[in-house]
Write a protein that binds this ligand. Structure first.
Ligand code: E4P
Length: 229
């Protein structure tokens, strides 16, 4: 299962990158706004910077509404860098744009997916990635991971190539379940990535190992000090 980082923050991307485990990045307009990105020029500059650091797909989301606008914007975004994957919302206009961009050879991530039938439509429209939002479903009392199971079954039934990119991940259990189901990708907020590497018993065990080694009983040396020979 590939690991993407769900952020537009360069420091977080740099740190995750240093682990050597990062396969890609997803951004969205909210994450860009959080980074104080002011206009389209800065938006594109940030996408370019991320692409130059990350050797893998970098999702850049359209901020337009009609299918024509999304196609135009998608083309422009895709020209920023070969790593760019254009992100469109799972609405009628987004699916039309997805199909057109796909026909032009541009990779598309269809986002804001909340049902398995939406995911099926996106696959038929040629999406490279489908982004089901598990955390937001949990928030409204549904089981987000059931959606991943359903999409996995449907895509398997019809041999769709669209990759399941588990999004809106809130905690390590989402990641564990995604891996059990066989999702293709999880996109993680930085804090969840850090939590994946931690366990209190690991910390206690490591502290004990180091202490025991420090306090090991040393054998009395058989050699006499040079001065007394
Ligand atoms: C990723 O592509 C999504 O935009 C993101 O995971 C949404 O996460 P949120 O529900 O925490 O905003």
């Amino acid at each position: 299962m590939k690991i993407f980082l769900d952020t537009a923050n360069l420091a977080q991307i740099k740190e995750a990158q240093s682990l050597g485990l990062l396969d890609g990045v997803t951004t969205n307009p909210s994450l860009m706004a959080k980074e104080n990105i002011q206009d389209a020029e800065e938006y594109r500059r940030r996408i370019r910077q991320i692409c130059e650091w990350v050797d893998g797909p970098v999702s850049a989301e359209c901020v337009t509404a009609t299918s024509e606008e999304m196609v135009r914007e998608g083309r422009e975004l895709s020209e920023i860098h070969p790593n760019v994957v254009v992100k469109v919302p799972l609405i009628k206009n987004g699916l039309i744009a997805c199909q057109r961009l796909h026909e032009e050879g541009i990779r598309v991530n269809v986002t804001l997916c909340f049902t398995a039938l939406q995911a099926w439509m996106a696959a038929k429209a040629g999406a490279t990635f489908i982004s089901p939002f598990v955390g937001r479903l949990d928030d409204v009392g549904e089981d987000g991971m059931n959606l991943i199971r359903d999409i996995k079954t449907i895509y398997g039934n019809y041999h769709f190539k669209t990759e399941i990119l588990v999004a809106s991940v809130r905690h390590p259990i989402h990641v564990l379940e995604a891996a059990r189901i066989g999702a293709d990708v999880v996109t993680l907020p930085f804090d969840v990535l850090e939590k994946l590497m931690k366990h209190p018993l690991t910390d206690i065990g490591q502290a004990r190992f180091l202490k025991d080694w420090e306090q090991r009983p040393l054998k009395a040396t058989s050699k006499k000090p040079a001065a007394s020979i």
